[in-house]
Write a protein that binds this ligand. Structure first.
Ligand SMILES: Cc1ncc(COP(=O)(O)O)c(C=O)c1O
Length: 401
């Protein structure tokens, strides 16, 4: 059984959340928050902006937005959920952040004592976990993903959390970045089950930034583990509106956790972290009409992804797609003249593409087991055609010199 008194840092356990008068009174002449009631310093203001009362502080709780997200995720449960009516997601399971980058950091601040607690990651993975660990003075322990399929080394993780003291957080990325591979749900469930048996008092966090680009096991089930947080108290799931919803600019991340953990995350967050503008756009994007639009964007990306897998493989000098096809990007090897993945050639291609061809991709060759690789986001049809042409010509030039 997860012991919150040992999981949450003592200073957060005893934290009394910031309270404003508006938690109690929302109507009337509002002279409680030192706002500028004369208006905003905007020369021109649209009807929409006016309706958002931008001179007022935003809603700290965002209940409508959370409810819409919960309804959407509950629609297609994960196959591993037991007792759906009891365990399905509730508004209280959610905490919203300024992008999932803020949510990632909040979990460190909530649970890790600087200079003592540790983070476990499975490389190659998203860089912000280690950056946040460093900022919070948390040591990073690594258990690499297995090769060649970039999956979890379940036995090695089990061994590590039992032998190494003070591991408080495990950050997994599914689908992975830069791997683009969905992790086997059965492996994560196996870990969660073991964690309960050995009473490991930490959080296993699954970052699902790219989950909507994965096709579920069937029409009625989803790969997302978000609705399992009430079943597995050690599980936390992160999502974002930056990818499938196409709203990286508004900065909105979602943390799903047990109501016990969620209460502390919500006490710790800055009360007004979601701006009125971001909140309004997020409510529109997660409404039934918004979800329909998101799904249609995702299906276009998936169809372009299929095309890109094929077309990239036809270019001389492009090797294997070493990642998966579960995200909105691919991870492909760039080969030298001998046909071996090469960081030197990949870097040359990367620079030539950006400097002389106006196409920017990401060099990932220094990530563990990603030698010679470029991570290429799936663009629209026109962008992808340009990328393919430029990549082919760059490779021809480099390989003939
Ligand atoms: C795995 C993963 N998690 C989180 C993020 C950050 O998302 P956000 O824009 O919500 O901060 C990214 C961004 O690329 C990512 O790849």
């Amino acid at each position: 059984m997860l012991d919150l008194t040992k999981l949450i840092r003592p200073n957060i356990l005893s934290l009394v959340p910031y309270k404003c008068a508006r938690d109690d009174f929302k109507e009337g002449i509002l002279l409680d928050a030192n706002e500028n009631t004369h208006g905003s310093a905007l020369e021109e203001i649209s009807q929409k902006e006016r309706s958002l009362d931008l001179n007022r502080y935003p809603d700290p709780h965002q209940v409508l937005l959370k409810q819409q997200i919960v309804d959407f995720r509950n629609e297609k449960p994960n196959k591993n959920i037991e007792n759906f009516d009891e365990n399905k997601l509730k508004v209280e399971n959610l905490c919203l952040g300024v992008g999932s980058d803020e949510s990632i950091d909040a979990l460190f601040r909530c649970t890790c004592t600087p200079g003592k607690d540790k983070l476990l990651i499975c490389a190659p993975t998203y860089g912000m976990y280690s950056i946040c660990a460093r900022v919070n003075d948390v040591e990073v322990v690594e258990v690499p993903l297995t090769l060649p399929d970039f999956q979890l080394d379940v036995d090695a993780i089990k061994q590590k959390i039992q032998s190494e003291e003070n591991i408080k957080l495990i950050y997994l990325t599914s689908p992975g970045n830069p791997t683009g591979k969905l992790l086997n749900t059965s492996d994560i469930v196996e870990l969660l089950t073991l964690i309960e048996i050995i009473s490991w008092n930490g959080l296993l966090i699954v970052d699902e930034a790219y989950i909507d680009f994965t096709e579920g096991p069937d029409d009625t089930h989803s790969e997302s583990m978000s609705m399992l947080v009430n079943q597995f108290p050690n599980l936390v799931v992160l999502q974002t509106l930056s990818k499938s919803f196409g709203l990286a600019g508004i900065r909105l991340g979602i943390t799903y956790s047990s109501t016990g953990v969620s209460k502390y995350l919500n006490s710790l967050k800055y009360p007004y972290n979601i701006s009125s503008l971001a909140g309004d756009i997020a409510v529109r994007a997660t409404s039934p009409a918004g979800i329909k639009t998101m799904k249609s964007l995702v299906s276009k990306i998936i169809s372009e992804r299929e095309n890109m897998v094929k077309r990239l493989s036809e270019i001389e000098g492009v090797g294997r797609n070493i990642g998966g096809v579960d995200s909105n990007f691919l991870l492909v090897e760039i080969l030298d003249k001998e046909g071996n993945p090469s960081n030197e050639v990949a870097l040359e291609v990367y620079n030539k593409m950006a400097r002389s061809n106006n196409v920017v991709v990401r060099f990932r060759g220094r990530e563990p087991n990603c030698t010679g690789s470029l991570r290429i986001s799936i663009g629209n049809k026109e962008e992808n055609e340009i990328l393919l042409t430029k990549l082919e010509s760059c490779l021809k030039e480099i390989r003939s010199s």
